[in-house]
Design a protein around this ligand. Structure first.
Ligand code: HEC
Length: 116
């Protein structure tokens, strides 16, 4: 009887423990292989091009955005979180992208800011 009691306690700990892990896991994990065209450009299309559509730097339209960002000092792959793109998104542009989008952009820079 005692054994059974301890086993059920153990089971409860394991079950609640694993449930907790699922619910506490933030939905903001950075994915492994972030694609510029599939993950990053759509963020710009949805949130940025209405203002950064050619007349305001950086030009974030597809076909222009990658060069505009990587050739003009907006990206720092040595210190990704110091990248001007990322600091702007956490400064004057804090509300222009959500937490997940900011993390994906940071992850893309951490992964080498590839044009993939
Ligand atoms: C409502 C218009 C608007 C939207 C939408 C917008 N921006 Fe901006 N952006 C500006 C303005 C105005 C500035 C210049 C002032 C400042 O830095 O806030 C700027 C500046 C910037 C800068 C710094 C440029 C420089 O050379 O100083 C970056 C980087 C930038 N935006 C990126 C983005 C990104 C990425 C998005 C989408 C997530 C975005 N912006 C959405 C209006 C906008």
């Amino acid at each position: 009887m005692k054994k059974c009691f301890f086993l059920s306690i153990l089971l409860v700990i394991i079950l609640t423990g694993s449930c907790e892990k699922v619910t506490l896991e933030p939905d903001t994990d950075i994915p492994d292989n972030i694609s510029y065209s599939l993950d990053i450009q759509p963020i710009f299309d949805a949130n940025c091009t209405k203002c950064h559509g050619g007349s305001r730097s950086p030009d974030l339209r597809a076909d222009y955005s990658y060069d505009a960002l990587t050739k003009n000092g907006y990206i720092d792959t040595a210190e990704p979180d110091k990248s001007f793109l990322y600091t702007t998104l956490n400064g004057s542009h804090d509300s222009r992208a959500n937490a997940k989008e900011k993390l994906v952009i940071l992850g893309w820079i951490q992964q080498g800011a590839k044009n993939n």
